[in-house]
Design a protein around this ligand. Structure first.
Ligand code: SAH
Ligand code: TMP
Ligand code: ZN
Length: 406
C-alpha cells in the first residue's frame, strides 16, 4: 500500500485509471517503442484526508530541459498573474525593499510583474528551457528544485523573503514536508506563503477527473492543508477561490499567530464539511461518476463517427492524457489535436498517439466537432473561435457533463 506524502499513513487507492503514459510526454514516432507506462491510481489518506496519487515518479522524469508547458501561452493567465502579483504586492509587500521568491516560476509569467516594478525577486525553476525563457525577459531565475536546502541557501544568499509564491506547482511536490520547511527557512517572521492550486472541491463537484495525472501528486483542500501546516507550526490565514484552471484555490499560510485568520477560512471549512471531503463515501461516489463520464464520452464519439462527422481535439493538454487513455480515445475517434505550442506540434499525444498539429491546420480545415481538451481555458477559446461556431462548428465537452456546448 502507498504511504501518505504528508503523514506517512498507508492508504488504499479508491480508483485506478489503468496504464498511463507520462501526461506531458508528447513524443515522436521513433519514440513509440520506448514509451513509459505506469498504473495511475488515486486515494485519500484516512488520517489527514489528503487526496494523492498512489505512485510517485522521480521528478527528473517530468521536469527537465524539454518541459513542454510554457505558462505565457495563455493571455488570460498572463492577465491573471498580473492581478495576482498586484494583490500580493498590495497585501504583503508594503515594507521597505521587500524580497519575493516564486517556486515553479516557469517562463516568468508572474515574476515579470515584480521585475518590471524593480522589486527584488527570484524564481526557482528546475526546467531549464522555461527558466531560460524567464531569464531572457529579465526575470531573475535559478534553475533548481525547491526544497529545504534550497530555502536555506537562498536565504543565506539574499536574506529573508516577505512572500514565497507558487501557482500550479505545490501540487507537483512529493517532498512537500521538505518544501514547507524550506519555505519556513526563507520567510521572515511575518512572511507569507501564498499559493494557488487546482481545488479538490471543484474536482469533486465537477467530476473534473482529468486534473488527476502524474504531475499532480497532491489534490489540496483546506482540511488536508490544516493538517500539513499544523505539523510545521503554521496555519492557513486566508483562502480565495479562483476561476482559473477549472477551479483553483489561493491559500495564504503563515507562522501560527503571525496574522489573524480571516472569516473566509471559517466559511471554507464549513463548505468542505458539506461536500464531505473528509469522508471515504465521497470518493466512491466520485469514482462512479467518473466511470459514467467515460461511458458517455466514448459513446458520443462513436456515434459521431458512425454519423460520418469529423472530430478534432482542441488543446494538447497534459490533462487530456488521462481522458484519452482512460476512455480509449485514439486517432480513430479524434483525428488530430490542434495546439499553439511549437514544441508539441508534429508530435503525438502520449499513449494513444493522436497527431498534434499547428493551430493553422484547425483554422484552414476545421472539423465538425472540436473536443475541448483545454476546457479550463474554455471562455478564452470559445470567444476566440466565434467564427468556427458561426460556420456550424461545435464544441464537445466532458466537464462537468459530457455533451455538446450550447
Ligand atoms: N507557475 C506556473 C507554472 C506551473 S507548471 C503557472 O502557474 O503557469 C509547474 C512548474 O513547476 C514547472 O515549470 C516545473 O518545472 C516547476 N517545478 C516542478 N518541480 C519543482 C520544484 N521542486 N521546485 C520548483 N519548481 C518546480
Ligand atoms: P493547460 O491546460 O495545461 O493550461 O494547457 C493548455 C494547452 O492548450 C497548451 O498546450 C496550449 C493549448 N492552447 C491552444 O492550443 N489554444 C488556446 O487558445 C489555448 C488557450 C491553449
Ligand atoms: Zn496523511
Amino acid at each position: 500500500m502507498p504511504a501518505c506524502l504528508i503523514c506517512e499513513e498507508p492508504f488504499q487507492p479508491f480508483m485506478s485509471f489503468g496504464r498511463m503514459p507520462i501526461a506531458n510526454g508528447f513524443l515522436t514516432e521513433a519514440q513509440f517503442p520506448q514509451e513509459f507506462f505506469d498504473e495511475l491510481t488515486v486515494g485519500a489518506c484516512p488520517r489527514c484526508s489528503m487526496v494523492q496519487l498512489g505512485r510517485i515518479l522521480p521528478p527528473e522524469q517530468l521536469f527537465h530541459e524539454n518541459y513542454a508547458y510554457f505558462s505565457s501561452i495563455s493571455t488570460r493567465m498572463t492577465e491573471h498573474f498580473r492581478r495576482f502579483a498586484e494583490w500580493v504586492s498590495g497585501s504583503f509587500l508594503t515594507g521597505k525593499d521587500p524580497f519575493v521568491v516564486e517556486i515553479g516560476s516557469n517562463d516568468g509569467i508572474m515574476l515579470q510583474n515584480f521585475a518590471k516594478s524593480g522589486m527584488r525577486h527570484l524564481g526557482v525553476e528546475p526546467s531549464a528551457n522555461v527558466a531560460q525563457a524567464a531569464q531572457a525577459r529579465g526575470v531573475r531565475t535559478v534553475c533548481r528544485f525547491f526544497d529545504e536546502k534550497a530555502g536555506r541557501e537562498i536565504r543565506g544568499e539574499h536574506g529573508a523573503a516577505q512572500a514565497v509564491l507558487g501557482a500550479n506547482v505545490i501540487c507537483h511536490l512529493p517532498n512537500i514536508n521538505s518544501v514547507v520547511r524550506g519555505v519556513l527557512e526563507l520567510l521572515d517572521d511575518r512572511g507569507v506563503f501564498v499559493f494557488e492550486e487546482p481545488y479538490l472541491g471543484d474536482i469533486v463537484e465537477k467530476t473534473s477527473y482529468d486534473q488527476i495525472y502524474d504531475e499532480h501528486y497532491l489534490y489540496y483542500a483546506l482540511g488536508s492543508l490544516d493538517r500539513l501546516f499544523a505539523r510545521h507550526g503554521m496555519e492557513v490565514v486566508d483562502v480565495v477561490p479562483q476561476q482559473v484552471h477549472g477551479g483553483s484555490m489561493r491559500y495564504v499560510a503563515a507562522r501560527r499567530g503571525a496574522w489573524p485568520v480571516r472569516e473566509s477560512v471559517v466559511r471554507q471549512r464549513a463548505h468542505e464539511e458539506a461536500l464531505g471531503l473528509a469522508h471515504p463515501g465521497t470518493y466512491l461516489r466520485l469514482r462512479a461518476r467518473i466511470e459514467e463520464s467515460r461511458r458517455k464520452l466514448a459513446a458520443l464519439l462513436r456515434d459521431l463517427k458512425g454519423a460520418g462527422k469529423t472530430v478534432a481535439g482542441y488543446g494538447a493538454t497534459s490533462k487530456s492524457t488521462t481522458v484519452t487513455n482512460y476512455c480509449g480515445i485514439g486517432p480513430d475517434l479524434v483525428a488530430y489535436i490542434s495546439d499553439t505550442t511549437p514544441g508539441k506540434q508534429g508530435r503525438f499525444s502520449p499513449g494513444v498517439h493522436i497527431p498534434v498539429v499547428p493551430y493553422e491546420r484547425f483554422q484552414e480545415s476545421p472539423p465538425d466537432y472540436a473536443l475541448l481538451f483545454a476546457w479550463n481555458h474554455g471562455a478564452e477559446i470559445v470567444e476566440k473561435e466565434a467564427g468556427f461556431r458561426a460556420r456550424g462548428g461545435k464544441f464537445l465537452v466532458y466537464v462537468p457533463e459530457v455533451g455538446v456546448l450550447e
